[in-house]
Design a binder for this molecule. Sequence first.
Ligand code: HEM
Length: 504
Amino acid sequence: MDQFSQAILPLVSILVVISSICYFKWLSKSAAKFPPGPWGVPILGYLPFIGADMLHKFSQLASKYGEIYMLRLGNKLCVVINSPSLVKEVVRDQDNVFSNRSPPVAGFIVSYGAKDMVWSPNNSEWRALRKISSREMLNNRSLELSYNLRKNEVRKAIRRVYKNGKAAVEINVLAFQTELNVITSLLWGELLQGEEEEIIGKKFRGVVPKLIDLIGKPNISDFYPFLAGLDIQGIKRQMESYWRTIDTILDDVIEKHKKKLSKGVMEVGRKDFLQILLEFKEKDKDSISDTQLKALMLDIVAGGTDTSATTMEWAMAELMNNPIIMEKAQKELSEVVGLDNIVEEHHLPKLKYLDAVVKETLRLHPAVPLLVPRSPSQSSIVGGYTIPKNTTVFINVAYIQKDPRFWDNPREFKPERFLGGEYDFSGNSFKFLPFGSGRRICVGLPLGERMVMYFLASLVHSFDWKLPNDQKLDMSEEFGMMLRKSVPLVAIPNPRLFDSKLYM
Ligand code: HEM
């Protein structure tokens, strides 16, 4: 231990003790009725018992304490919601109050100080960012106009797999790359080409999943804000380094785009999102700041790629793990699309069984299992209990979507349960909300849903898949902010279409 740490440690310990005593006094004196929950130990609260798999622990506690419970992690007060009726109270009845966020240190850095969409509080700037993103890029009408761009990328992926013959494919890598190319094309079109595009793609692929994992990592600076300056685990330093990598890319892209715009060489047809934002800024300088512009682009790249790629990987893994279901999905594709044809987006609404496969995948493996935590802007009542202002509120979607009170044989992968058309992704059913719900619902839902369906349909229609050396599939999960597959899915393709030209 260095001299500085030796000197600071007693002071830190005293501060921790004082703040914990204040907290316990406040809790016991308060007349309010708080949710039940585990007490933990003085100073640390429940922190020593939470373990590495917070999602598993949260679900265990839900079985013990029920629909809602409260726990203290260090100095941070957390509430976990575990039932559809209480989700409704939060995301529908009191949506305005609970649409605030309280970003962790890592989230605050990566969002340029909560200037983005994911971590911004519920304010007029956040509303403006959401409005322009959905109106200009992510709504169904704009997405229909940009279909060719998605088609190019999905066809590129299929072609690459075909050309590599029987070489094993790492599904997440392929899915991530395809989704990233789609998103960056939507954002800045053909601005980057060839080698430059490759290098930037590689950097994003290297950084984005790490950056998301770092946000989900328990951080002493979040549990004891007065220790944040010490950055004991080095999370702040690490995040700043990832953020700098992306910030440099974004600066470069914006500069290039501005130059192109000033030379008047922009496309006259469909404008890319960055062009729209820059023109918007040109008309009204106060409409969006340079920082917000970069924060928004980072959100879209980080929010869209890893979530979609992880979902595509889980869907493929479930299909390969359940050969009868795979057969049914392929039969539907043969009937709707035909083996003498390629999948197009206009086929998607007719692929009812595949749609049920995607929904069942997101029920069992929600990409963001606790949603992005909310934080009430004022003290509120949920389920008859008081939730103090600024509490971190988790909605345990992973638990609700496997609760046997609402789902028959909840651990079984059974797409048929979604064939009745009772559920969609709109967040209106509080039993099934993999994209969240209310005013904070995923802004990229129209693109995420389309891309997962289109990519999955193309993979399963174009190839039969098997595991290398007839290995057994490992379906274990790894919890972070995202629910990943612990062992990446690697599979061998075997072409199933009639004509090799359909792969070109
Ligand atoms: C399968 C794909 C996806 C899944 C499962 C998913 C899931 C989610 C979830 C659960 C949330 C939090 C909602 C809440 O707190 O209620 C969210 C928020 C968000 N997502 Fe997605 N997402 C996906 C794709 C995308 C895509 C393609 C984009 C961008 C193009 C995107 C951008 C965002 C953004 C910016 C937010 C923050 C919205 C806000 O706080 O206002 N997501 N997503």
